[in-house]
Write a protein that binds this ligand. Sequence first.
Ligand SMILES: Cc1cc2nc3c(=O)[nH]c(=O)nc-3n(C[C@H](O)[C@H](O)[C@H](O)COP(=O)(O)OP(=O)(O)OC[C@H]3O[C@@H](n4cnc5c(N)ncnc54)[C@H](O)[C@@H]3O)c2cc1C
Length: 301
Amino acid sequence: MSSLFSSDIIDVLVVGGGNAGFSAATSAAESGARRVVVIDKCPEDWAGGNTCFTAGAFRTVHTGLQDLIPIVNNADSETAKIIDMEPYTPQDFRKDMDRMTSGRTDPALSKALIDESNAAIKWLAKNGIRFQLSFNRQAYKVDGRYKFWGGMSLKTEDGGKGLIRDHQAGAQRYGVEIYYSTPGKRLVTNDTGAVTGVVVAYNGVETLLRTKSIILAAGGFEANPRMRSQFLGPGWDLAHVRGTPFNTGDALEFAIHDVNARQAGNWSGCHSTCWDANSPTESGDRLISNEFTKSGVYYIP
Ligand SMILES: Cc1cc2nc3c(=O)[nH]c(=O)nc-3n(C[C@H](O)[C@H](O)[C@H](O)COP(=O)(O)OP(=O)(O)OC[C@H]3O[C@@H](n4cnc5c(N)ncnc54)[C@H](O)[C@@H]3O)c2cc1C
């Protein structure tokens, strides 16, 4: 059985086990890294970070239905005959990115996101992520035909919960080691400034894990009321947390503190949504998940 404290050198250490962390870990193992370790601060019954709370909706460039049919499991050939789906081109994706961000998206990052989106979903599918066409959110039945709209025709089976289960299984198939209740606390560097290890707390005891490379995928500061009010502004400490309570900005803070990482992105902005006022405040509910979303309210005059 593998142990976090094995003397075997870690090739790739991933901090955070959501969609980003598991994708990185699986990719590293697939590319030949020998020992790949994922550590996560949360206990195992909170596995999956915010990823677990999503609908698993994926926006991707595609050339139309024939491009997506091979990777989905909920549209047989008879159903495919009554689906209308326009291609979603790189230009469409770029237009939507620019519109949603008022033109403030990072040009290089968004180019990679757009240009590699189609290859990314196919790579995920190859590694066991079960995709479906998003009939319930992205299509209307008009005159007996499913008319898809927008660029988010794909979702994962069983939403974020299914996505994380599939990621865990995929990573384990590659022999990736996964340790929960193991928060990353700080980065350790050598004389040249290269990161050589991470101090983690394991069973409450701080321990240094030495690694050849590290990937930080530990979410944002959405579950940290102090950082929310500091960066988003007054009143944001009162916002309800929609997902995991464990994304408290740790990795952002220790990367800046320990290795002088450059702060990038729009720290005074966030994605937020209408949410049930009676939902829990400090974290999402693993069972109800994104069903607290309010897309509209009845107005009774
Ligand atoms: C309710 C809801 C619905 C959403 N719906 C969608 C959707 O349908 N489609 C979509 O694309 N996006 C959606 N999003 C956004 C989406 O959840 C995130 O963009 C995505 O999950 C981020 O993935 P991640 O791997 O970066 O972070 P996460 O999935 O949040 O994973 C981060 C992990 O890091 C761990 N961690 C934190 N600190 C430490 C530490 N110090 N040491 C070790 N581990 C640490 C956390 O425990 C967590 O497991 C939704 C978000 C919410 C909250």
